[in-house]
Design a protein around this ligand. Structure first.
Ligand code: PLP
Length: 392
């Protein structure tokens, strides 16, 4: 019998992609399914970005590039970090990868050893724990719930740290909760981390631009500039510019770490797509109005959804700060229906024609993630189906 590696047996396929394919399967059988499972904007990549990709093909920019990205794109990323985040990087501190997912994967493989502990606040992006497991390290999850707006406290962080802790991951605004940490909250987490110099910090700023707090975006380095030498910033063009299929993510961090991540990438995928890099460069250097239009639409849908969900029996939905997800708590509804858990509820919702991802996939049982990267009409139809599924 074929024997697979221990490594691959430690992990599971991405549950969010699984929901999407399950919905597609049911649709193929002729069922009418509204999919609220996907993690990508429903908008098209803006025209000026597409044009840059087309021009790149015409101009023959179709060859290998430097593994860590073209000089032009790296310059655009350095400019972006300076302009938008007040962070100063050298080219040796930047690595471009095939999506934000690969950035984190490179980090896990280049930095973690067997037995190292990685602190991951829940609800978390589904891929963090599995990538940590692939690297042989151990995810240490900090639980939160809706009453805490799904944010960890400094005391929780302190309690999770051991002498094996080597990495702390923070994602704000968060997929799936939609919550963003304030500068004060980040400063307080930084106070804890400052006492434990062995811990590297990874801040995943993927949803930076999809934010409506009225305050400028902040990450932990804006709150604690002194942590610069032990922080890696992860970001990408996928969500902000509706470029999920182009596969460009990037990281800024200590040169030694970036070099090691570059080595991993050089022995796996080499450079990210040359054409996509040209498009990403146009996205970062070009006009930014397109982002604002998308955010405005997301905010309208968010407001509708939060109100509609809170009007349902047994559902509590906090207002989010950004992203295109809400993460309502269905614990009361699950109990009222006599269901076992959020997975059973997601199954029931599928029978009523709505596909969404159970919260336990993100480490938060009793919740469900709804993506509102769909039209308002679709959302209204989805709410009607959810409402039907909740009335016995
Ligand atoms: N980080 C977070 C929090 C995400 O939600 C995602 C995508 O879902 C990524 C990183 C990776 O994005 P991509 O690999 O599509 O660039």
């Amino acid at each position: 019998e074929l024997q697979l590696s221990d490594r691959v047996q430690r992990i599971k396929p991405s549950p969010t992609l699984a929901v999407t394919s399950r919905a597609a399967e049911l649709r193929a059988q002729g069922k009418d399914i509204i999919g609220l499972g996907v993690g990508e904007p429903d908008f098209d990549t803006p025209d000026h970005i597409k044009e840059a990709g087309i021009e790149a093909i015409s101009a023959g920019k179709t060859r290998y590039t430097a593994v860590d990205g073209t000089p032009g794109l790296k310059k655009a990323i350095i400019g972006k970090f300076q302009r938008e985040n007040g962070l100063t990087y050298e080219p040796s501190q930047i690595l471009v990868s095939s999506g934000g997912k690969q950035s984190f994967f490179n980090l896990a493989l280049a930095y973690l050893n067997n037995g190292d502990e990685v602190i991951i606040p829940a609800p978390y992006w589904v891929s963090y724990p599995d990538m940590v497991l692939v690297a042989g390290a151990k995810p240490v999850v900090i639980e939160t719930d809706v009453s805490a707006r799904f944010k960890i406290t400094p005391a929780q962080l302190e309690a999770a740290i051991t002498d094996k802790t080597r990495l702390f991951v923070i994602n704000s605004p968060s997929n799936p909760s939609g919550m963003a940490y304030t500068k004060d909250e980040l400063a307080a987490l930084g106070d804890v981390l400052r006492k434990h110099p062995q811990i590297l910090i990874a801040t995943d700023d993927m949803y930076e631009h999809i934010l409506w707090t009225g305050q400028p975006f902040v990450n932990i380095l804006n709150a604690c500039p002194d942590l610069f030498d032990r922080t890696i910033v992860l970001n990408g063009v996928s969500k902000a510019y509706a470029m999920t299929g182009w596969r460009i993510g990037y990281a800024g961090g200590p040169a030694k770490l970036i070099k090691a991540m570059n080595k991993v990438q050089s022995q796996s995928t080499s450079n990210p797509s040359s054409v996509s890099q040209e498009a990403a460069q146009a996205a970062l250097n070009g006009p930014q109005e397109c982002v604002g239009h998308m955010v405005k639409a997301f905010k309208e849908r968010h407001d509708y959804l939060v109100a509609a969900l809170n009007a349902l029996p047994g559902v509590t939905c906090a207002e989010g700060d950004g992203t295109f997800y809400v993460f309502p708590d269905f614990r009361q509804a699950i109990a009222d229906l006599g269901l076992e858990n959020d997975i059973a509820l997601a199954e029931r919702l599928l029978e009523f024609g709505v596909a969404l991802v159970p919260g336990s996939a993100f480490g938060a049982e009793g919740c469900l993630r709804l993506s509102f990267a769909v039209s308002m009409d679709t959302l209204k139809a989805a709410i009607e189906r959810i409402s039907n599924a909740l009335s016995k």
